[in-house]
Write a protein that binds this ligand. Sequence first.
Ligand SMILES: [Zn+2]
Length: 181
Amino acid sequence: MWPGLDRPRGAVYHSRQMQRLWAPWRMGYLEREVPPGDCFLCAAGAGPSQEGLVVWRGRLVFALLNAFPYVSGHVLVAPYDHEGDLLRLPADAAAELVMGARLVMRALALVYAPEGYNLGANLGSAAGAGHAEHLHLHVVPRWRGDTNFMTTAAETRVVPEALHETADRLRRAVVVAQETA
Ligand SMILES: [Zn+2]
C-alpha cells in the first residue's frame, strides 16, 4: 500500500527528500491556482467559494483542507483576519490558532490514525512562505516510511472528488472530536 515501505533498509535519502520530510509545506504548490492579488484563505474564510474544503469554523479561526495536499489530511489552520504577522495577531486569535490545530489533530487521529504530525508555519517569504500575507499553520499527518510515497504524491494533483470526500470525513470527525475534547 505504501511504496515507501518497499525501500531497502539503510537507503540514503536525497537531501531534497530530507527537506520535504522536515518541512513539507516549503513547496510552491499551495497557491498554484490563486490569481495574484487574491487571497484564497480570505475567500475560504468568508465562504462559500471553497466551502467544500472547510472542515471547521471557530470564532476567530477556521481550518480547511490544503487544495494541493502533501498527503491526505493535510490541513491549514488560519485566522479569518488577513494577517501575516503572528506577533500582530490578537492574543485570543493566536490562542485559538493552537486550539484549532489541536482539534484538527484529534479529528485526523479519528480518521487516519497517523503515527506523527508535522505542525508548523513559514512566517515571511524569507522563511519560505508561498502566501506570506495571511498566516496559516500546516497540520500534516505522518506515518513511518511514508517519505518515498509522499515525494511521489507531492507531484500529483489530487482529484477534487477525493478532496471533498476527505473534507466530509474530517468535518464529521471534528464534530466527534469537539464532543470528546
Ligand atoms: Zn487573506
